[in-house]
Design a protein around this ligand. Sequence first.
Ligand SMILES: Nc1ncnc2c1ncn2[C@@H]1O[C@H](COP(=O)(O)OP(=O)(O)OP(=O)(O)O)[C@@H](O)[C@H]1O
Ligand SMILES: [Mg+2]
Length: 413
Amino acid sequence: MARRHQLREAVVGLDIGSTKVAVVVAEIAGGQEPSIIGLGVAPNSGLRKGVVVDIEGTSRAILQAVEQAQRMSGVEITSAVVSVSGSHISSLNNRGVVAVSRPDHEITGEDVHRVLDAARVINLTPDREVLHIIPREFEVDGYDGVKDPVGMVGGRLEVEAHIVTAASASLQNLMRAVARAGIVVEGLWLSSLAAGEAVLTPAEKELGVVLVDIGGGTMDISIYDRGTPWYSVVIPIGGEHITSDIAVGLRVPLPLAEEIKVTRGVAATSMAGDGSFELPNPSGRGSRQVPDKVLAGIIEPRVQEMVSLLAREIKRSAYPGILPGGVVFCGGTANLPGLTDLTADLLDLPVRVGQPGGLAGLNDIVAGPAFATAVGLVQLAGRSAAAAVAATGERSQPAGLWSRLRNWLEELF
Ligand SMILES: Nc1ncnc2c1ncn2[C@@H]1O[C@H](COP(=O)(O)OP(=O)(O)OP(=O)(O)O)[C@@H](O)[C@H]1O
Ligand SMILES: [Mg+2]
């Protein structure tokens, strides 16, 4: 966590994305929701498909964003909770079972640790590791639907857990980039799970909902049900693909293609108006008029591809329910006009854009779906800090990263 800010505590979310690094600083006081006091944003080109490929470049972007956030908040940032993405991410649900250890059969926190350790036993190649193990539901002597078994009496404790795994090398390169910027990694969170914290309602998570964060380089998907994650996956396609399609289709350089997309783009030809815009000819001599429908015609196939990849993942997840919460989009590409309507038509589900909102303080500076992950990170960090205060009366001293992460997850879900 960041250094003490007067008598209060600050928490910092560091979202390392394919197009930008975002740092959100929030203040927490007395177990309350975090209150936003600062933001820093810097362009980043050190990632490919959500994974750090340029440590030096990424750490420069982190430094720039951190310095901006420090100036705005007045907090010296020394550590942060960091987002993880990339197509190396995979997930599964697994079960674990243990015998309750106390002679009087009262279930303790220790039994919960042991049963989660039992669920953690999965086949992993040596180059991969467990990023999250999130209890979805406990079962005590065959009675399911138990959210918190501590204090209950029973002989046999079972858990169903959502397990997210990641390539160790990708995690290490991410942590190196953060370390090189002089920041201690306080915790790692899968990007879509952080975004889900910021934009989903408890009812959506309970009923069944698909969170889809479409940024520049990746589409991060998490399906929630009964309040917890059920399926998580990252697809290496994002808004940058739309931009490069426009660059190729209209024969313009990438920065101009990006500008055209953001100012005039819509998701489907049927949604484009009859207007047009002027572009220089590729030869550099003279100009041409490009109808908005032509631009939309370039964007539409890529958006359709994204939606069909989403449909494929929903199918692959083998989710048995009907997803009454539908699809909630976030990430910068959620700003594309018509994306929600097109997706609703193609998937026959309710679709909305999730705005990270509802926090106290300077909430308006993090408005917009592109800040969902960064805001979710400070919400998760804030809750973890509050839980630590409640448990010990003071902030716990840093233990090993992984054991702290484990404690967090047990506190949060
Ligand atoms: N109005 C808009 N219409 C279409 N696309 C937009 C719009 N506004 C922003 N975008 C796109 O959003 C993308 C950036 O989103 P975001 O900031 O969520 O990405 P990121 O977090 O850096 O990347 P990732 O999460 O994929 O690693 C860019 O491709 C940008 O072009
Ligand atoms: Mg992102």
